[in-house]
Design a protein around this ligand. Structure first.
Ligand code: MN
Ligand code: MN
Length: 470
């Protein structure tokens, strides 16, 4: 047994000085910080439970921003330090900006996250009846493991634009007392053939039909009586006819609120942590900036990341560039000069090491839950395909920023080399000549109907954005 005050050996001292050492955030955070962390995470859970789809996340954050003094951005207006503006792109993506003391051409600080999550979208002709049961046809959105989605209670969120041009909002399945919907699956007793299918085929695309009703319209002569009674209900509630589905966006998402996980309540389970957890931490950090920052601070919450960032509300769209151009024009500057001098934290979740499946991650370069915000120099797959690969200089700068602010952070890449990989919006912002690096919260069960994050990591990510944007 070692004596208590035994002198450390030379090797021990040298090791402490030279080797990297990381510790569980639960051992590094003070009691007070842990308390703040759990209070903060309650607010996050509230957001996550209300923002199931991008439209809801956009609306939630805009309402919150307005309470904090943010007003719609006006092109050509003269802005001064401390002014707070926001811009909404088609109800699905939002940019918030807090004007800083320095000229925008000295660069702005950008945090970018996405507010869409994998789910089952309804097809444009979704409604059908089969053997006196009514269903919606679906087309999945984003990368999902298809076997995970049957027998999960689903809620339906979205909008329907009717033939007269008016829009009705649909939100059903998440309020206490609401009915829910479900994709059915076979009983194991009769699944011998199904279980022989490849796992990606266990529930095939055209088998992911959502059960929505089973009572017939009471008239012996009518055909498709269940479909008719469903359509009658929908017409009474939303004033729609079947053709109105063509101009609808209806998303089936896991029903229910986020829940604490574990006896110690240290984790949060819920739908859509990817990437509402980075969206919320970035957004709330901006809202909590107390003093006027040196550099203009900007948070983008974008759409369509899960399908590749294409489309008008995705980050490959010019909307972000146009906004920066318009902002620069308010100060009689060029947008490109602003961008070239700017820096961005591209905020998206990373894969957390799962001890049950240790083989897919390389432990020296994997993110762990409760080890803080994950800083990722590069993403991509194979030979870093599709990455933006932050420069050593920029990584160094961010590292110092985190350390100076007492942020608990780690580094990690998504999976072993050659095993797969992934990308985020980082490359699209970096392509605009903006120094960009990936940061985010490590997630277990990413893209599953119920994803898991650790509360300490959520809080450290919030702190990281606070340090960057302030
Ligand atoms: Mn993501
Ligand atoms: Mn994702």
């Amino acid at each position: 047994m070692a004596k208590k005050n035994e002198k450390k050996s030379e090797a021990q001292l040298l090791r402490e000085k030279l080797f990297s050492s990381k510790k569980h955030a639960g051992l590094r955070m003070s009691e007070e910080e842990l308390k703040n962390c759990s209070v903060y995470c309650e607010a996050y859970k509230d957001f996550l439970g209300q923002a199931k789809i991008e439209r809801q996340a956009a609306r939630f954050t805009v309402a919150e921003a307005e309470r904090n003094g943010y007003v719609p951005f006006v092109k050509g207006k003269k802005y001064k330090p401390g002014d707070k503006v926001y811009y909404v792109n088609r109800d699905k993506a939002v940019i918030f900006a807090l004007i800083g003391k320095k000229d925008v051409h000295e660069g702005i600080r950008i945090a970018a996250a996405h507010i869409d999550s994998p789910r089952l979208d309804l097809k444009q002709n979704p409604l059908f009846e089969q053997d006196e049961t009514a269903y919606f046809k679906t087309h999945y959105y984003g990368g999902i493991k298809k076997y995970q989605w049957p027998t999960v209670p689903l809620a339906l969120h979205g909008v329907i634009v009717k033939s007269d041009g008016t829009t009705v909002e649909v939100t059903i399945g998440d309020d206490e007392g609401d009915p829910v919907f479900v994709v059915t699956d076979l009983l194991p007793h009769l699944a011998q053939d199904q279980m022989k299918r490849a796992s990606s085929e266990i529930i095939r695309g055209e088998e992911r039909n959502i059960l929505i009703g089973s009572m017939p319209f009471r008239d012996d002569d009518a055909s498709e009586k269940v479909k008719l009674s469903i359509m009658q209900l929908l017409n009474e509630k939303y004033g729609i006819t079947e053709d109105d589905f063509i101009s609808a966006e209806l998303d089936a998402v896991p029903a229910g609120k986020p829940r604490d996980i574990g006896f110690d309540r240290s984790l949060i389970g819920g739908y859509g942590h990817d990437d509402k957890v980075c969206a919320y931490t970035a957004f709330s950090a901006l809202m909590d900036v107390k003093d006027v920052p040196d550099r203009t601070a900007l948070v983008i919450l974008t759409d369509k990341e899960e399908t590749g960032s294409d489309g008008v509300t995705g980050l490959k769209s010019a909307y972000f560039r146009y906004f920066v151009n318009d902002l620069a024009a308010c100060f009689k500057m060029d947008g490109y000069t602003v961008l070239s001098m700017s820096e961005c934290l591209s905020a998206d979740v990373n894969a957390a090491f799962d001890p049950t499946f240790p083989d897919v991650l390389e432990k020296r370069n994997a993110a762990f839950i409760n080890y803080g915000v994950c800083i990722t120099k590069f993403t991509g797959s194979r030979g870093k395909a599709g990455t933006s690969d932050a420069s050593a200089e920029f990584v160094g700068k961010i590292r110092r920023l985190m350390d100076d602010a007492g942020v608990i952070w780690q580094t990690g890449e998504l999976g072993k080399v050659d095993l797969g990989g992934g990308g985020t919006v980082a490359a699209y912002i970096a392509n605009l000549d903006v120094d960009t690096i990936d940061v985010g919260v490590p997630v277990l069960c990413m893209h599953a109907p119920f994803e898991i994050v650790a509360k300490t990591d959520v809080y450290q990510t919030y702190k990281a954005f606070g340090a960057f944007l302030k």
